[in-house]
Design a protein around this ligand. Structure first.
Ligand SMILES: *Cc1c(COP(=O)(O)O)cnc(C)c1O
Length: 334
């Protein structure tokens, strides 16, 4: 941020060649570091939520179909329904794998929507499951909300057409910037649909980004910081390896307690980036209170699990020291 100040980034006109260069580099870094396939477009939005909205506005004529097992996936369906009342979905259980081979997906679904890492309960959809879904349903677009794994997990972007997220989770950046990754097929469908109605219609946004421009004044500082963080980061494979080891260590650590336990028992669907811990409501409240006194903010539960869980971010920006402090605290109080 100090560099951004010194280099005049924070006062930069977003129509200037200086900004266009920052935007170009940020996109290039994201593509390189995350291994975005050739031909896929990387665009910036204001948030992951805006990504949901764009999928409904610009890539759906009537019907998206949502497979979900938690609050974010459900909210996505609710947002989609406001734009297209025919949007529908199927919930699956917390301990279940996403039903990639389900017969429940209607043949007229234009877009299949999946939350890869369900931040509300700490479950994830395996890469292999997404591949199966793609093979099983080659025709509809597949849109994936990867908000709490993008930048932390080496995702296989070839298995879906739209990947959306934002930078305040695994990128460790201040909020207010979203990332949207679109396959050539997604852009093809956008052209067929031809939505140019909104300031954030995909075709309009895409046309702007081809010139490293935006339809509105963007989060210039956020884009610059994303570029710098991407430049600093080690390979995504190595980040994923570390996070996985750390996650395994967290689950093993939590296994030694009786009064608190990982919420998710099925190891095959446990998230590597969001560790959700379940305990009875009184205990969760007491733990949060004690943590607060020690200067530690325990992540609240969310949705159905609001009062009976707390969540631990296993994001790349979290340091070893912070992990040690939290483990010491839980050992003493748990
Ligand atoms: C955080 C989160 C969102 C919302 O992100 P915004 O940037 O606030 O729009 C959406 N989906 C998932 C899975 C999330 O974790």
């Amino acid at each position: 941020m100090l560099d951004a100040f010194d280099e005049g980034i924070v006062q930069m006109n977003h129509r200037s060649s200086g900004f266009m260069e920052v935007c170009r580099k940020a996109i290039e870094e994201v593509k390189q570091k995350l291994h975005v396939p050739e031909g896929y477009s990387v665009l910036f939005t204001s948030s992951a939520t805006e990504g949901w909205e764009i999928v409904s506005q610009s890539l759906t004529v009537q019907k998206s179909f949502h497979l979900y097992n938690g609050a974010f996936g459900k909210k996505w369906l609710e947002y989609a329904k406001r734009i297209h009342p025919e949007a529908a979905g199927q919930a699956f259980g917390l301990e279940e794998e996403l039903p990639a081979k389900t017969g429940a997906i209607p043949p007229d679904a234009e877009v299949l929507c999946v939350t890869q890492n369900e931040t509300s309960n700490g479950t994830q959809v395996k890469k292999e499951t997404l591949r199966q879904l793609r093979e099983q349903y080659p025709t509809p677009l597949i849109a994936v909300d990867a908000t709490s794994s993008l930048g932390g997990v080496a995702l296989d972007f070839t298995t879906a057409d739209v990947w959306l997220g934002s930078v305040q989770k695994c990128f460790g950046l201040p909020s207010g910037l979203g990332i949207l990754i679109c396959s050539p097929k997604a852009m093809e469908v956008a052209k067929q649909i031809g939505d140019w109605q909104y300031y954030n219609s995909l075709l309009f946004v895409h046309e702007n980004f081809e010139q490293f421009q935006t339809p509105y004044t963007p989060n210039v500082l956020g884009i610059y910081l994303l570029m710098r963080v991407m430049q600093m980061r080690e390979s995504i494979e190595s980040i994923e390896r570390n996070l996985r080891q750390q996650a395994a260590a967290w689950y093993a650590f939590l296994g030694q307690f009786t009064a608190m336990q990982p919420l998710v028992q099925n190891e095959a669907v446990r998230s590597d980036t969001v560790i959700t811990v379940a305990a009875d409501e009184k205990r969760v409240t007491a733990l949060k209170e004690k943590a607060k006194q020690k200067g530690i903010t325990l992540g609240n539960g969310y949705g159905d699990w609001k009062n009976t869980t707390f969540r631990i971010a296993n994001f790349p920006a979290i340091t070893q020291e912070e992990i040690v402090v939290l483990k010491d605290f839980l050992r003493a109080e748990g």
